[in-house]
Design a protein around this ligand. Structure first.
Ligand code: DGT
Ligand code: CA
Ligand code: ZN
Length: 575
């Protein structure tokens, strides 16, 4: 799909315009278009001009730029901008806390052109004193640069998984493969991944190597052997493939799924039991007789373990649990009955409430909550009291017409910097679901943010805290909050905590999700969708939940509608 490339270019255009000090509306238009293309859920290359212009935020000008890219692989306006503004400057914008004005200033004042120069100046304390830069900012800049370095060697799973699946589909279609799987960290649903590892079997490995190295999107072949090849895709990510014997497929799949730490533990167990485990199979030590390896299940069985789902293979207790037969029965995507955090065109989403219901019904959901932003979030066209009441009426009417599906009324309410909310109890009590979240004051000291969230949870009408740590993978660190105190308060007040499934958030992250489970905190998995395409992000949220050892019974939106409302509204009755 070219969607990601185009959205990346639009974002870069926005960056460069911003540094140049261009009209903020123009900048925002590019960002909005980038976002909507990235989350469209279908390939732009198949769309007509008219279809393109139906994407929210795309007018004739942007539509023609998309077509220009699809035709020629470049956008002229972008190439011109790049000549005007040094390339490395746009990278500086990715440093948390550095805005375009400061970047432009750094360029003019210090001729800073890239991250290395910026880091040197920050370490030498030569930035403090510039407008908007305090001594503490220098420290944050250094931390931010370190985070960017980490992020650049790993990609968010949300970007890579669709690509990996497309490659596997292509090979299944065009190459003589029998079995084929995506292995490595992708199969384990890690939130960020370094590369794509593919494993297959074939009667003609040579033909598979040929098809693989010649598939669309390959930029460079690093290595092409008889059963093993590596390529780099145009997006910069490396893909490795191996063809193995039918007879060792299971053990190879286990080996290349990892993690390395999990594999090491398995090998130790094998050695203790007088066996040898490697990617070719399980063998008896004394005479080398092969005991199994065709199926992954063979390995765990021979080692006396329950089958360990890939998401748990991190050596964080799963081996011990598998040996004692107490692995969790992990929640599954098909267990999810509805999405509880969704935006519509009433605020900054692109669907109507009717569309939202239809998209949900198509996914087999029984309910969906409309949670548009509240008035405090001006940039997202947050709704005031009257608009919320108007929505409520429309939802009531819609529910009278719908059978065996319910639209839940709600709001994503802004937690203000003092912990108070945008609306008072009289309005909130009329809504089915109140999702509360922090959208400002990210830089408050940890205790302040913790207190702010805990105060919000004490409100009897707040049912869920959304994206609780505010992190954006590779872009923004979590707030410096006390998660332990937040989970404690959630458990005490009966407030649910969200696992936000948007691939750059995944917030709660897996380790916090696991900690929440241990404290009996009610959890929900929600997509925070702004477009129909984003509903499918639910799978990433379920991935986090599974990596956090969650079972169906730990996730409230696996319940039917009445059961769910009973959990979320229990605290209202406590008063
Ligand atoms: P990544 O690529 O950093 O996101 O994470 P992985 O886990 O996909 O790591 P990768 O691609 O380097 O290797 C794929 C799998 O191959 C890994 O999960 C386990 C296995 N593996 C790689 N190197 C070793 C090793 O030295 N020892 C063992 N036991 N397994 C290894
Ligand atoms: Ca890998
Ligand atoms: Zn939201």
């Amino acid at each position: 799909m070219k969607n990601f490339d185009i959205s990346a270019i639009f974002n870069k255009i926005a960056d460069l315009l911003e540094i140049r000090g261009d009209n903020p509306f123009r900048v925002r238009a590019y960002r909005k278009a980038a976002f909507n293309i990235e989350t469209l859920g279908k390939d732009v290359s198949g769309l007509s001009t008219v279809d393109l212009m139906e994407i929210p935020g795309i007018g004739s000008d942007l539509a023609s730029k998309i077509e220009e890219y699809l035709r020629s692989g470049r956008i002229d306006a972008y190439e011109k901008l790049r000549q005007e503004v040094p390339e490395g400057l746009a990278d500086l914008l990715n440093v948390p806390g550095l805005g375009p004005k400061t970047v432009a200033l750094l360029y003019r004042q210090y001729k800073v052109k890239d991250l290395e120069e910026l880091e040197r100046l920050a370490r030498d304390h030569r930035l403090a004193g510039l407008p908007g830069i305090k001594e503490k900012t220098e420290g944050n800049i250094i931390k931010g640069i370190e985070m960017l370095r980490r992020a650049s060697s790993h990609y968010p799973l949300g970007r890579i998984l669709p690509m990996a699946e497309e490659i596997a589909r292509y090979l299944r279609d065009k190459a003589p493969v029998d079995r084929i799987d995506v292995a490595g960290s992708i199969r384990r649903w890690k939130e960020t991944v370094k590369d794509i590892d593919i494993l297959s079997t074939s009667k003609d490995p040579g033909a598979v190597m040929l098809a693989f190295t010649r598939m669309p999107g390959v930029k460079e072949t690093l290595m092409k052997g008889p059963t093993k090849s590596s390529v780099v895709m145009e997006e910069g990510i490396q893909v490795d493939i191996r063809v193995v014997e039918e007879d060792s497929y299971g053990s190879a799949l286990a080996y290349f799924t990892g993690s390395k730490a999990h594999n090491i533990r398995l090998r130790e167990l094998a050695a203790k039991a007088g066996m040898k485990l490697n990617e070719y199979g399980v063998f008896r030590e004394k005479d080398g007789k092969k005991l199994g390896g065709r199926e992954e299940g063979d390995i765990y069985r021979l080692l006396g373990l329950e089958y360990v789902p890939p998401e748990l293979r991190e050596d964080t207790g799963e081996i011990e649990a598998a040996a004692e037969g107490r692995l969790p029965r992990l929640v599954e995507l098909s267990d999810i009955r509805g999405d509880l955090h969704l935006h519509t065109s009433w605020s900054d989403g692109s669907q109507s409430i009717e569309d939202l219901a239809e998209t949900s019904i198509k996914r087999g959901y029984r309910y969906a909550a409309v949670t548009d932003h509240s008035k405090g979030l001006g940039v997202a066209h947050g709704l005031n009291e009257e608009r919320i009441l108007e929505q409520l009426k429309l939802i009531e009417g819609l529910n009278r017409r719908l059978k065996s599906f319910r639209v839940l009324s709600g709001v994503e309410i802004n937690i203000k910097t003092d912990g108070s909310l945008d609306f008072d109890a009289d309005l909130l009590r009329r809504l089915d679901i109140v999702v509360a979240s922090v959208h400002s004051g990210f830089k408050q000291p940890g205790e302040r943010i913790t207190k702010r969230i805990v105060t919000a949870m004490q409100n009897p009408y707040v049912s869920i805290i959304a994206h609780p740590t505010g992190r954006l993978i590779g872009e923004r660190e979590a707030y410096e909050m006390d998660m332990d105190a937040v989970l404690q308060a959630a458990s005490r007040t009966g407030t649910a905590i969200e696992i936000n499934a948007y691939p750059l958030r995944l917030d709660l992250s897996e380790s916090y999700a696991r900690a929440a489970r241990a404290k009996n905190v009610p959890l929900v998995i929600s997509t925070d969708s702004h477009t129909a395409g984003q509903f499918q992000n639910m799978a990433f949220g379920v991935g986090v939940a599974r990596r956090g050892w969650l079972e169906k019974s730990d996730v409230a939106n696996t319940l039917d509608c009445d059961g769910l409302l009973a959990v979320l509204q229990k605290k209202r009755l406590k008063k």
